[in-house]
Write a protein that binds this ligand. Structure first.
Ligand SMILES: *[C@@H]1O[C@H](CO)[C@@H](O)[C@H](O)[C@H]1NC(C)=O
Length: 271
């Protein structure tokens, strides 16, 4: 019997120590910026879902415009093609970019595999398939952001397809920059339900570059001496299973880090 009770006390003692240690750890964690915390990505994700649900905008562009923009986001075998292509034609599996200018030697520039995102666009308007679409047919965007009042007060800068908010993460005041690459993103027909994302912390990039010494490819954009980029969030269409066509970005910058706000003063377009 004696043995038993000693064991019991010991057990509660350890249990008590554990909860105290855990709460100390929680307190320590709460003082850390989100991106330093153990489950930081979950916390960012929780915040992201609420935040994205509030973003709304309109667009005056068409599906044709979206397709042209989606081609502009593609990586061609020769960087020059980005400037040269004048027409594009979507087939079943491939997209062909053409230089239809007069006196051009090479008219068929490249045939590339259609992305999942482009497939989705073609599904919503099949008449765009097998049609010669001109690069210059893209229309001017006259749509606007429609931000709810509670979020509007947090806007630091607004211009074109990018918005910058001031947002608190725990004890840290940060700037969140949102940029859309697909004009329908956050419009009525293309909201949170259609989205998936990749959340990257600055330390992920550091680890990746240390491991591979890959230099450019895997780095987070850094604006030396101005702002520090802590979190990068890439948005994708849910059906883009390989996450190959990023249609929107969120950056989380340190604020107050070298007087962040001054950087944006008088600057409507942060592009
Ligand atoms: C499909 O795209 C064509 C070409 O841009 C356009 O004329 C037509 O109105 C679109 N149809 C629908 C249903 O959006």
């Amino acid at each position: 019997m004696l043995e038993f009770s000693i064991l019991a006390i010991l057990a509660t003692c350890i249990a008590g120590m554990m909860t105290r240690a855990q709460s100390r750890k929680r307190k320590r964690e709460a003082l850390l910026p989100v991106w330093e915390r153990e489950n930081g990505k979950n916390e960012i994700e929780k915040w992201l879902e609420g935040f994205l649900a509030k973003l709304k905008r309109t667009s005056t562009r068409t599906e044709k415009c979206r397709l042209i923009l989606a081609v502009e986001r593609m990586q061609f075998e020769d960087d020059w093609y980005a400037a040269w292509w004048k027409h594009v034609r979507f087939g079943e599996e491939n997209v062909k970019i053409l230089d239809t200018g007069i006196n051009v030697g090479k008219k068929d520039l490249q045939k590339i595999k259609i992305t999942e995102f482009q497939k989705e666009l073609l599904k919503s308007n099949a008449s765009l398939k097998n049609q010669l679409i001109g690069h210059s047919e893209i229309k001017e965007e006259k749509g606007e952001w429609q931000i709810p009042a509670e979020l509007k007060t947090k806007i630091i800068s607004e211009g074109g397809e990018a918005l910058i908010f001031s947002e608190k993460f725990g004890i840290c005041e940060n700037a969140v920059r949102v940029q859309i690459f697909d004009p329908f993103l956050f419009s009525n027909n293309f909201g949170l339900n259609f989205l998936t994302w990749k959340i990257n912390f600055e330390k992920d990039y550091e680890q990746a570059t240390n491991k591979e010494q890959s230099g450019k490819a895997n780095q987070m954009p850094k604006y030396k001496n101005i702002i520090k980029n802590f979190v990068n969030i890439e948005l994708f269409h849910k059906k883009d299973l390989k996450k190959e066509d990023c249609i929107g970005m969120g950056h989380n910058y340190g604020k107050g880090w070298r007087r962040f706000e001054n950087c944006f003063e008088g600057r409507k377009n942060w592009n």
